[in-house]
Each structure stands twice: as C-alpha cells, then as structure tokens.
Design a protein around this ligand. Structure first.
Ligand code: FEO
Length: 409
C-alpha cells in the first residue's frame, strides 16, 4: 500500500519532507521494471513571512499528499511553489494543490516549465508563474534562493535550487534513485549500500539517454562552488544526502562517465534451445580462466530478466559480451530490444564481443555488429556458427574472449 512519510529535516530553517512511498508501481514511465518501488519527495520550508513548497507528488497520490501537507500547514498559507521539473511524478498534484491554495502561491521555474505545465494542466495553473533566469537569486522569507538550470537532467526544464545561507541543494531528479529506502537520509550505511544499485538503475533508465549532461552539469555546479560547500542534497526521489552530501554526485559522475569496476564483464544472451547457451558456457569458462568476473543475464523459455536491471549493470562493466540467436532473419527479439536500449541509454566506449548461433542462416551477428559499430561501443569480434558448437567453433569462441582480454589489458 502506498504510504506517506512526513518528517522534520531541520529546525532552522524549519524544513520538512513529505515523501510518498509508491510500492504499487511496477513500471516507471510505463517501461522500467521497478519491483523495488520509488518515492516522490516534496519539501516544505517555513520562513518569516513565507512558506515554500518544493515540488509536489504524482497525480494518483494527490489525496495522500494533500492530507500530509495539510497536517503541516494550511495550503492557503503557501506563498511559493518551486517547480524544479514538470514531469507529472512531481507535478501531478499541482492542480488540486492550487485549488486548495486559492491560486495565491507564486510558481517558480524555467520558461520550459511554464510551457510544459500549461500543456499538461491548462492555462490557469500558470497564471501566477515567475520565470527564472539561470543563476538568478531571489530573497524569500529572508533567505537567498539561487536557481540554477541543469538542462537535460533529464528534461529541458530541469533546475535546482540552492538556499545560499543554509547551503541546501534541492535537486529534484538529479541525485535521486529508485527504491523505498527504510530511512529518510544516508545516516545508515547498510541502507545506502542497498540503495545505490537502485540509483544506478535510475540514472541509466531515466537520465541515461542524456548521460553526458550529468558530467557537464555536475562540472557546472562545481564551477559555481556549490557542490563542494553543500550541507545537504535533497532530491525528488529516494534518500536525502546529509552525512556525506558529495557522495551522491560522485556516484552520478561515475555512472555518467561509465567508470568501471575492475574485471567486471557483462554477459547477455538468449537461448531458445540451448545452442547459444553452450557457446556462452565456453565464453564464461574462458573469461574466468583469465581472472575476469562475468555477470550473466539470459533469456530462455524459463526466464526473462528485467531489461532495466541489465541496463543498470552496463556503466561499471569493463566489457560486454552479447550472445544471440538468429530469429526470422533478425536478432532474437528480446536481445534486439535490450541492445536497442543499451545503445540508447548506455552508449559508452566499452569493448563488445558478439556471439551468434543460427539454424539455416546467420543474420543476428552481422546485425548486432552494425549496431555496435555505429555506436560508441568498440567492436572486438563476431563469432557466429550453425547449430551445436564444434571443436573449431569452441576454439574461435576462446580466441574471441582472448581478443577481448587483450583489449582490456
Ligand atoms: Fe522524477 Fe523526471 O521525474
């Protein structure tokens, strides 16, 4: 059952989180399998003469969100709503909020945000909208709010807010992750360790298409001196970072840059009747002989891993090995889709070895090779043959792995 948590984060300034824990969702953006769920974080800051709401919640949880908000404040007293990003997981509750607020609050966001909100919810919601310029500062309730645009993390409308006197970064999607952590913040290392893989999966699936902008925008925040001095990072999903605020941006940077874990090789394959699997067992054996640590995902008639989980393994892998059957003169459908998303979401300079098996004509290997050579990935070799692998096929497979190992050394 979805739940809402309301907790005080700070006494001065008086700051609260309103966190909707969504354990009902199965496919984020109707695409990405997230059995781990997700949270939608909004924040409320009470200042002298001003009450500021930072983002809201998803439309289907409007009642839950508004109920929690009303326990903290009369919605009519909210003077400002900061819209960091308009995707409806953060703005779906906006129309109901504005009704309860009597349209008194000033909405603050980028010009893109204004345009998108109007498109999503109609003209009335943006009647009292203030459009910021990048780097603009505004005094609200005696505090300096600096608004910094971070476009393409992951929409063009995205910005963060830095509360200068208190060194607080409200970062919305940037710094967020999937999962419903047991704690509100990063104070428990075991919670953080369980959570970080969900962050990687979130970055790749949601922001991955624009992953070069992760590195660019973090550089921008560093250049502005904000990242180094921040006391707390308060994202729109998942944990608040207060014990070690830099850690989440370091993690984002590492994923954005595809920083590798030594020896990790991602192996992905389909096997309809075991012919590809026999080849991949040879490949896995050769990898282990060279001291590498393969992480394998396979599509068979008994299992189908989540593509979102596979994508989450790409950034820190040193290399990828793809095994595919030829299926109706094409790449096997599940590998085709997985590969399409890998090239779209995780387009890194990493070596790729291709393995194929076919019944009457080998097509998959060549088609995968074309996709790989047109991407940033480096094509190492393609080893494809008919039916059961013969001794000469085994030797070619081992040779392919040795080429991959040489590439890594
Ligand atoms: Fe969490 Fe892009 O919305």
């Amino acid at each position: 059952m979805p739940d809402v948590k309301v907790k005080k984060i700070l006494d001065d300034p008086e700051l609260y989180i309103i966190r909707v824990d969504d354990d009902r969702i199965r496919y984020f953006e109707a695409t990405w399998d997230i059995p781990e769920g997700i949270t939608y974080n909004a924040y409320l800051m009470k200042l002298d003469g001003a009450t500021v709401l930072f983002d809201l919640s998803k439309g289907e949880y409007t009642e839950l969100f508004m109920g929690a908000l009303k326990k903290l404040v009369n919605p009519e007293e909210i003077t400002h709503v900061i819209i960091h990003h308009t995707e409806p997981d953060h703005t779906g509750a906006l129309p109901a909020f504005l009704e309860a607020n009597g349209y008194r609050a000033k909405l603050i966001g980028t010009s893109f945000a204004k345009r998108f909100l109007e498109g999503f919810y109609g003209e009335k919601v943006v009647e009292n909208f203030y459009t910021i310029k990048d780097g603009e500062e505004m005094n609200i309730g005696g505090k300096t709010f600096r608004f910094i645009t971070v476009p393409w993390l992951h929409w063009p409308d995205t910005m963060i807010t830095y509360v200068v006197e208190d060194k607080l970064i409200f970062s919305c999607d940037a710094g967020g992750g999937y999962g419903i952590p047991e704690t509100i913040d990063d104070s428990d290392e075991e919670v953080v360790q369980r959570y970080l893989p969900h962050v990687t999966k979130y970055i790749v699936t949601v922001i991955g298409h624009y992953h070069k902008y992760i590195v660019q925008n973090i550089k921008k925040l560093k250049r502005l001196g904000i990242v180094g001095e921040a006391r707390m990072i308060l994202p729109g999903h998942g944990l608040i970072w207060r014990k070690n605020p830099m850690r989440i941006f370091e993690h984002y940077e590492a994923v954005g840059a595809g920083k590798t874990t030594k020896g990790k090789v991602l192996v992905i394959y389909d096997s309809m009747y075991g012919f590809v699997e026999r080849r991949m067992n040879i490949v896995l054996d050769e990898l282990r002989k060279h001291g590498l640590k393969p992480v394998a995902y396979k599509f068979t008639d008994k299992e189908a891993p989540a593509v979102s989980d596979i994508l989450g393994e790409v950034p820190d892998s040193e290399a990828i090995i793809i095994g595919a059957s030829t299926y109706e003169a094409e790449i096997h459908p599940r590998i085709r889709y997985t590969l399409y998303e890998i090239v779209d979401k995780t387009n890194y300079e990493k070596p790729v070895l291709i393995v194929g098996a076919f019944g009457w004509a080998g097509v998959a290997g060549k088609k995968i090779e074309t996709l790989i050579t047109r991407s940033k990935f480096d094509h190492v070799d393609t080893v494809e043959s008919r039916g059961m692998p013969r001794p000469e096929d085994e030797e070619r497979l081992r040779e392919g792995v040795r080429k991959l190992v040489a590439w890594l050394s």
